[in-house]
Design a protein around this ligand. Sequence first.
Ligand code: OXD
Ligand code: MN
Length: 600
Amino acid sequence: MSLTQNPNVNKWVDEMIALTKPEKVVWIDGSEEQLAALKAEAIATGEMIELNQEKLPGCLYHRTQPNDVARVEDRTFICTKKKEDAGPTNNWMDPQEMYAKLTPMYDGVMKGRTMYVIPYSMGPIGSPLAKVGVEVTDSIYVVLNMDIMTRMGKAAFENLGDTSDDFVRCLHSKADVDPEGRYIVQFPEDNAIWSINSAYGGNVLLGKKCFALRIASYQGKNEGWMAEHMLILGVKKPNGEVKYITAAFPSACGKTNLAMLIPPEGYKKDGYEVFTVGDDIAWMKQGEDGRLYAINPENGFFGVAPGTNAKSNYNALASTMKNTIFTNVAINNDDMTVWWEGLDKNPPENATEWKGAKVNGKEFTASGEKLAHPNSRFTAPAINCPCISPEFNNPAGVPISAIIFGGRRASTTPLVYQSFDWTHGTYIGSAVSSETTAAATGAVGVLRHDPMAMKPFIGYNVGDYWQHWLDMGAKLGENAPKIFNVNWFKKDEDGNFLWPGFGDNMRVLDWIIKRCEDEVDADETAIGYIPKKGDINVEGIEDEVTPEIMDKLLDVDKDLWTKEIAEMRRYYNDDIAANGGKIPAELYEVLDKIEANLAK
Ligand code: OXD
Ligand code: MN
């Protein structure tokens, strides 16, 4: 029975029922009893495996098909009436053509299955920044994950009310999980998302990438706010004041690690603390006081498991100790716990690897095989996180002082630099590039442009998106956050990382906050402001980060930067402008200015 009087929702759900023809329809109210029954059913059918309930209470395991382990960017579409509105960074098809193509695929696809109707809120219920979605799906895995990742259930309809039409219509069917028929399609002009033939999180938890980034970025442009692929963290200073920072990095570049950073001993002793507001997505809007406020629209973490351990990210690991769903990691059959590469140095001997084969984990990994898929994930409730911010559920969000961009760059990009102003910061965002990771299908380790770390997620024309950034800056004026770029991944000639990273990234955040408060000066270089010698605190890591190494970390190599700028000009011209991206003139002016600076 429907959980809402809203005729727009009921009409749409009826249409979806008529299309997919499920045997049964279950509205998800979010109650404990309903979720417990769904878990029991998923365990009984083998869709989920129950893990050790003493060591990992409430935790479940799920395995996806080997051909369905990551987002599929080549099968992801933005369908707008005009092709130019999707722009050069998206696959496009005319909406009518796409509906005509997909409708027969969905016709009767849920025959003999149950359709779950999931109401959910992205953002705290009652927040003026929150938005409602309704996802229909034939997957219990999706229901259980959406429960962790969103505010799911009847309460979401309270935000929508009885008459509003402003909800995102999300249709998902796993169908036959056929990679040839896999489509992840956004219809921004219809507030709709259609996903078929996948059961992998990023393709099917439609509140996340599809809604909170692709659809929301489009809504944000039209409604004057921003949806960004950014973590949100708070740094509490010894005087008790908390400064909030957002940061955008391409997928699997350590956003979750930075969001949950534990400060080095010296900082802890001085009274610094770091709080996590979000690890992946920020929705930001100007507040009444003129500043930019951010909420995390999500309610959980969909984190990459490999590499997560007590040292690299204690807080993420702690977040996974209860009520978590693990996908495509390895199982230790001796005690039904989980394992992944980088958790510790002891792969279980009696293991089940991510594809389901029973193996001797020690021999298996010794032969170079991976027990866990490199993009295996945990879906963990945010409230589990030991450093979750007290402001996590604040409907007003948190005021942002600084915005950081970054990527994996072995050379060229210094450890940290600050933009000259918001326009230059927008340019820096447009210039984010990174070596590819396992979060999307395709080759790993290739340098690709990923503007604002949003390339796979901008729901409209990238040129208009950059213009929207400039418009937001103009609106924010003096209140605009300062913009920085960081690179934790710079290497020496022998391929060794120069910077220890992880908790020591606090040292860079410290400098960033000091810059926001005008507490430190900086050196002006051709590309932006760089820390003055000695201004990055290396107390406790002096042996590792010697003054020579710090010089290398902060070096701005003229030749490399001249090449970088030439590549950016090529990227703007050939990849973007030549393919229908309208690049704002201000961004070309930045390019000209930096080029002139370098020639000096
Ligand atoms: C993610 C991603 O899952 O960016 O967050 O791929
Ligand atoms: Mn992400």
